[in-house]
Structures are given as C-alpha cells and as structure tokens.
Unconditional design. Structure first.
Length: 230
C-alpha cells in the first residue's frame, strides 16, 4: 500500500489529488492517518526508468498539493505498507512521536537556500609597456607569484564570507539542516514560520550584499522534507 504522507485527521474530508497512477485514499484511526494509493504496483514502475522518474515527480506533486491544506509528515519515495492493518498498527505505535512532530511543524514551511561560489581568477598581470621589454627571469616569476597570492587571498576571503554567512543564518534561523556541499554549492534547509517568508527574503538580500563572492538563491516555500525527524 503505497504511502505519501502522515497527517492529522482532518475535520472535513480532504479533496485528494490524482496519485501516481490512480485514485488516492485516506486511511486513519480518528486521530492520525495517511494518504495512500492502494493499487499502485511500485515494483512494475521500477523496471521502466521513464515511468519511475514520472512516479518520483508525481510523489512530490501529491505531497505539495496536500501541504496546501494541512500540516503533514512527507514520506520518502517508495514508502509502502503491506496492508491496511499494518499501516494502522504503525500509526498506533508511533502516535506520540508523530503527533509531537506535527504539532511542532504546524504553521511552518521549509525553504532551501542555495549558495553558489562566484568563479575566482587571479588578477591579470599588468599590460607591459610596448616601449619596455617583456618581463623575463626573476621579474616574470615575481609577477606570477603576485598573481597567485592575489588568488589565494580571494579564495580565503570567499571562505571567510561563507563562514560568516553560516554563523549569521544559524543565529537568526536556528531550525536548519545543512547538506554536504556538491561541486562547491552549499545548501541550507530552513524551517520558518509561514508568516516570516517576507522577512527571510529581506534577510537573503542583506546576506547577498555582505557576501558578494557568493550567489544566494532562495526557493519557494516547501513541505518540511528535511524536518520530519527532530
């Protein structure tokens, strides 16, 4: 039984979107529940790369649609239970944990802040005076050394700006998760109150001004993918 998310029992029935291949259903115990796609054959999808990619995108689409109507705990793609009774038993066993987390996440959204390093290069060597002979020997190597020293200084300055950004962001928004950098790009996931979105956007503009050697990009508000667990 393919499962998208855990949610508190809604006061009125949810208007469920289309699932990966078919209709979705609500399974709950009066307090907590889950949105599932009962007839989905996940193993069959995994044999077709194109269909599998479509399923991943549909999984995310369903979660984002549900998030417009309720606080939720989004589940990873591929989460499933063998039968209804197993799902309800799991909810019963984890009731306290899930309820506490849902209470904590209520009224909050996740943002992804992406920090891309600006490309650096050594300062170009000064253009030689056409009336003077080109640099040779010791003078040439001295000029090259100064170029590399300049690049080292800019690289250190870039890292100093990154460290200052991390410290400042953590001080203002302590609910965060930092991902391992990939190809020099840093990603920070922030859990922010829904009403603080404008404040965050203004903060990002200020951070960009104070860290010109980095390019900052803020995502749209998202479900709390990285904050399911405390």
């Amino acid at each position: 039984m393919y499962t998208f998310a855990f949610l508190p029992e809604p006061e009125t029935p949810l208007a469920l979107p289309l699932g990966i291949q078919g209709a979705l259903a609500w399974i709950g115990d009066g307090t907590l529940g889950a949105v599932v796609e009962p007839g989905l054959d996940l193993e069959a999808l995994q044999t077709d790369e194109h269909a599998l990619m479509g399923a991943v995108l549909a999984h995310d689409r369903v979660i984002q649609d549900l998030f417009q109507h309720s606080v939720l705990l989004p589940l990873q793609f591929g989460t499933s239970f063998k039968h209804r009774e197993g799902l309800l038993q799991h909810l019963e066993q984890q009731r306290s944990t899930y309820q506490d987390r849902l209470d904590y996440l209520s009224g909050k959204v996740e943002y992804t802040l992406r920090l891309e390093p600006q490309p650096l290069s050594a300062d170009p060597a000064p253009s030689p005076n056409p009336e003077e002979p080109p640099l040779k020997g010791r003078d040439y190597f001295l000029a090259k050394k100064q170029q590399y020293q300049s690049l080292d200084q800019r690289q250190q300055q870039q890292q100093d700006q990154l460290q200052e950004l991390r410290t400042t962001i953590g001080r203002i928004y302590p609910d965060l998760q930092a991902a391992e950098a990939k190809e020099g790009v840093e990603r920070i996931y922030l859990l922010v109150g829904q009403r603080r979105g404008n404040h965050l956007q203004k903060q990002v503009q200020q951070w960009q001004t104070s860290a010109p050697l980095w390019s900052l990009h803020l995502s749209d508000p998202l479900p709390p993918y990285h904050f399911v667990r405390s």
